[in-house]
Ligand binder design. Structure first.
Ligand code: UT7
Length: 333
């Protein structure tokens, strides 16, 4: 239950960056045993964006971060913390967030990465919420940024058709007000017993990097699509209910659902289970595919720019992904 604490975490601004290079289903038909029709009907995806040489999760994150700062009317030196949510960091270390901090000139911000794969942004939001509601920080920049194209096996038709690259960012700001507004609550969960469902098995700390592991494609995404699909639907519906119950709200109170864009059929199944009408569900999967941790902040930015998020309305963010991890957040605008 919401405690009525007057310190709120508000969304002060949003930003995105999508690389210019577009890979369509028709392009994939040329190199894979697949079809535009199969991909559209099974996933809802028509095209995705792909990083070019010289682009990476940090370059995307810097651009999305700049846009979010501009829309929040906040200078880089006012940031207290930068959290980059990514499972495709530029390099093993330092953290991608440190490159982003430098690129933004956010000299007063601590910066680190978190790894919760597709659920990364909601997990990052949950961390930032604690810093703000405890009055530790005033301004936190949370960025989901991914270059999935670098870790998909482009010869595996069951995975490579799904993923895309891009970044989405928000500035979370401390504000004090009586009415329950801004980020109402976040709810996050993990089940490491299901870590095999979506995995990049190649070792960094586990075993020495070898030519053999590279030849066995251990540094690419391996996924049990069907099993992931089923558990994602179950967990996303469950955690949505948990978020509503926690705030003593009901499905009818929701103005818009901004779900993780992994598969149109997953989104349909979750929202059907919850009884949420299609017109209250935002989708942009057809343009970008699954951009992992970037998916929700990109969708939230686009929904807001399209005028679909009205002042005072309630937005539900909901996700499931590798780990297994899943989570939800409720925001009153
Ligand atoms: O962000 C969270 C992480 N990921 C997800 O949430 C993904 C969850 N899973 C999915 O989205 C779906 O399971 C997929 C889109 C990956 C696959 O759809 P599906 O309806 O579960 O298909 P399937 O894996 O059961 O495969 C059905 C058939 C198979 O052929 P057979 O064995 O029936 O002859 C596959 O080989 O479809 C075949 N297939 C394809 N055919 C054409 C798999 N990929 C393709 C493809 N083009 N790209």
């Amino acid at each position: 239950m919401n405690t009525g604490n007057k310190i709120r975490a508000e969304i002060a601004g949003t930003g995105i960056f999508l690389p210019g290079k577009v890979l369509t289903n028709a392009d994939l038909e040329k190199t894979l045993d697949t079809s535009d029709e199969w991909i559209r009907t099974r996933t809802g995806i028509c095209e995705r964006r792909i990083a070019d040489e010289g682009e990476s999760s940090s370059t995307f994150a810097i651009q999305a971060g700049k846009m979010a700062l501009k829309s929040a009317r906040i200078q880089p030196n006012e940031l207290d913390l930068i959290i980059v949510c990514t499972s495709t960091p530029d390099i093993l270390f330092p953290a991608t967030a440190c490159f982003v901090q430098n690129g933004l000139g956010a000299v007063n911000a601590a910066a680190y990465d978190i790894s919760a794969v597709c659920s990364g942004f909601v997990f990052g939001l949950s961390i930032a919420e604690q810093y703000i509601k405890s009055s530790r920080y005033r301004h936190v920049l949370i960025i989901g940024s991914e270059t999935n194209s670098r870790i998909v096996d482009w010869s595996d038709r069951s995975t490579c058709i799904l993923f895309g690259d891009g970044a989405g960012a928000i500035v979370l700001k401390k504000s004090e007000m009586n009415e329950p507004r801004g980020l109402l609550s976040t709810h996050i969960h993990s089940d490491g017993g299901k870590s095999d469902l979506i995995i990049v098995p190649g070792g960094i700390g586990k075993k020495t990097i070898s030519h053999e592991a590279i030849d066995k494609k251990e540094y690419f995404i391996h996924m049990s699509g069907n099993a992931t699909f089923k558990v994602a639907v179950k967990r996303m519906a469950e955690v949505s209910k948990e978020a509503l119950d926690f705030n003593e709200l009901s499905v009818e109170d929701i103005g818009l659902v901004v779900p993780h864009q992994a598969n149109r059929r997953i989104i349909d199944a979750v929202t059907d289970k919850l009884g949420i009408p299609k017109e209250k569900v935002f989708m942009n999967i057809e343009k970008y595919g699954n951009t992992s941790s970037a998916s929700i902040p990109i969708a939230m930015h686009e929904a807001s720019k399209a005028g679909l998020i009205k002042p005072g309305s309630l937005t539900l963010l909901v996700v499931a992904g590798a780990g297994l991890t899943w989570g939800a957040a409720l925001i009153r605008w």
